[in-house]
Design a binder for this molecule. Structure first.
Ligand code: IDP
Ligand code: MG
Length: 135
């Protein structure tokens, strides 16, 4: 069965949105197969967002991701990668549709509440990055 990696980012944890976000995934009948709470290290944040290292907002993004604890989730289900990206909404929260997580909770700018893997290949890499013990 397909799996995807979700991160509830520091703003989502600080704003007490963890329960609401987990509830959305459970309402959609997705299965939580792994979950972990912790701080992302700067080293891992830089690796996770390496594809954006040349962008002007890279330092702001890394500082934000390590600014507080996050929740890492692996969700499982048929077409889960696509479903979760649709539930997440557009990268820029002001463009994300109402009903999506970013559309309903995201603030303008970097603080868009959650990360979700964007393809099968990325999901495999990201699950191994944050849940190496399950490999
Ligand atoms: P995604 O999270 O929707 O996959 P990416 O392009 O992979 O979007 O960007 C990763 C993260 O970088 C975003 O979720 C957001 O937090 C941040 N980000 C992306 N574009 C911008 C921007 O133009 N300004 C500030 N932060 C951004
Ligand atoms: Mg991305």
């Amino acid at each position: 069965m397909e799996k995807t990696l979700v991160i509830i980012k520091p703003d989502g944890v600080k704003r007490r949105l963890v329960g609401k976000i987990l509830g959305r995934f459970e309402n959609k009948n997705l299965t939580i197969v792994a979950m972990r709470y912790g701080m992302m290290t700067e080293e891992i944040a830089k690796i996770h967002y390496a594809h954006l290292s040349s962008r002007h907002f890279f330092k702001e993004l890394v500082d934000y991701m390590i600014s507080g604890p996050v929740v890492y989730l692996v969700l499982e289900g048929e077409e889960v990668i696509d479903i979760v990206r649709r539930m997440t909404g557009a990268t820029k929260s002001h463009e994300a549709l109402p009903g999506t997580i970013r559309g309903d909770y995201g603030l303008p700018g970097t603080q868009n509440v959650i990360h979700a893997s964007d393809s099968k290949d990325t999901a495999v890499i990201e699950i191994a990055r944050f849940f190496p013990e399950n490999e």
